[in-house]
Design a binder for this molecule. Structure first.
Ligand code: S3P
Length: 450
């Protein structure tokens, strides 16, 4: 089932060379944070290039429910009149975050130190995901939570009326957990300290600094020690959301496996906490270049150029790179199927608690299409068959997971027989223009089995 409506079966067939320019949508992580930090600021935050995927639209609706004035001006241009740190109103309805783990976890954090309660729910995928990773540290501030067994949604959060600042070592590599604690720390007096032993995406830290918070990051023997001074007055900003490297991954990987392809994907943020996939692809022998490298808003940015790569080789992906490419493993496993030799991907336990168990979802679907996959609790290995040799022919379950659906549709662009997904509906959560964008490059994706 699609998260919003009936399932949308889709089929992808081998196509001619993919060519042209792929203008992928705005970054999902930065889009959520723009709305949330805008809502916690004083004055009017203006946003251009916002990702208008369902996940982000659900966060916009949630910010309205907490009292912010959020306006869609069309074409990715939005504004948010914030209520200031500690100024949230209590919502009078349940907050439905749809499919979005980032949305629900960050919003729980940002309301957790205000004297209000809110009840959160989501779709079947989100309601199966672990929330204790967020509610455990929030309890240290004095926040209470009551959810279903296993710390799952629906869940009510009772914000701390008199929060205390916390010092918290994040036990799993998760930017969502780190961000939830930092956002909660905004309305606690004194200094909240978050320590991560593995670096995860640092958009929250960068953006908090941009909104005027006092926040520092020190690299110590303990790891990255992030110190936030509570109760700042956040000042409204203009944010130009960069394009999403996680969405860029799909046209880039498609171009590498479809013979003759040459695709330009402009303006992609190459923040080192996000760019691990591109490093990995280059190590595999991908013809992937960075053109027009520059800095924008303090972030490294480049135009990516991906061409068909006839000599891809399987590699060992370093475990310590996992956090910087955590959302890209599904589509990497597709590229690995067209490489020669094995691609081994260790250190990826977190993949099991994403929108789906992504190792399992990809393993079942890849095997149905003739590719050998081995896995353990925190690793998996794909044995590549080389270009032209991947059978295809199967229908894969997308498990309410946008990245699983898009990965299998990329697979079908270069297999001997078409590849189908049972439901492409979830693609709209992060990449609503995926079908026309890929079609514009020359891909053959249709909305039915057959
Ligand atoms: C995100 C963090 C990651 C990532 C998700 C977006 C974020 O999740 O998978 O798509 O914006 O903070 P985890 O924090 O669970 O690793």
């Amino acid at each position: 089932m699609s998260s919003h409506g009936a399932p949308i079966p889709m089929t992808s067939r081998a196509c001619g060379a993919l060519t042209g320019t792929a203008q992928v949508p705005g970054d999902k992580s930065i889009s959520h944070r723009s709305l949330i930090l805008g809502a916690m600021s004083v004055g009017e935050t203006t946003i251009t290039g916002l990702l208008e995927g369902q996940d982000v639209l659900d966060t916009a609706r949630a910010m309205r429910a907490f009292g912010a004035e959020v306006t869609d001006h069309g074409g990715g241009s939005w504004s948010v009149y914030g209520v200031g740190v500690g100024g949230f109103a209590e919502p009078d309805q349940v907050i439905d975050c749809g499919n979005s783990g980032t949305g629900v976890r960050l919003i729980m954090g940002c309301m957790a130190t205000s004297p209000i309660s809110a009840t959160f729910t989501g779709d079947a995928s989100l309601n199966g995901r672990p929330m204790a990773r967020v509610t455990d540290p929030l309890a240290l501030f004095g926040t209470q939570s009551v959810g279903r067994s296993g710390g799952r949604l629906p869940m009510t959060i009772v914000g701390a009326a008199e929060p205390v600042p916390v010092r918290y070592v994040v036990p799993v590599p998760s930017a969502q957990v780190k961000s939830a604690v930092l956002l909660a720390g905004l309305n606690a007096p004194g200094k909240t300290v978050v320590i991560e032993t593995e670096a995860t995406r640092d958009h929250t830290e960068r953006m908090l600094a941009g909104f005027g918070a006092e926040i520092t990051t020190e690299i110590t023997d303990e790891g990255r020690v992030i110190t936030l001074t509570g109760q700042p007055e956040l000042k409204a900003q203009h944010i130009d959301v960069p394009r999403d490297p996680s969405s860029a991954a799909f046209p880039v990987c498609a171009a590498l496996i479809v013979p003759g392809s040459d695709v330009l994907v402009p303006n992609i943020g190459l923040n080192p906490t996000r760019a691990g996939l591109f490093t990995t692809l280059r190590e595999m022998g991908a013809d992937l270049t960075y053109e027009n490298e520059r800095e924008e808003g303090g972030e490294p940015v480049a135009d990516l150029r991906a061409r068909f790569s006839p000599d891809l080789k399987g590699i060992e992906v370093p475990a310590e790179r996992a956090a910087s490419m955590i959302d890209e493993y599904p589509v990497l496993s597709v590229v690995a199927a067209f490489a020669s030799g094995k691609t081994h991907m260790p250190g990826v336990k977190e993949l099991r608690v994403k929108e789906s168990d992504r190792i399992d979802a990809m393993k079942v679907g890849l095997e149905a299409n003739g590719i050998t996959v081995e896995d353990g609790s925190d690793w998996w290995t794909v044995t590549g068959l080389g270009h032209g040799n991947v059978p295809g022919g199967a229908t894969c379950a997308s498990h309410l997971d946008h990245r699983i659906a898009m990965s299998f549709l990329v697979l079908g662009m270069a297999t001997q027989r078409p590849v189908s997904v049972d439901d492409g509906g979830p693609i709209a959560t992060s990449f609503p223009i995926f079908e026309p964008l890929m079609g514009g490059l020359g891909a053959a994706i249709t909305r039915s089995n057959g």
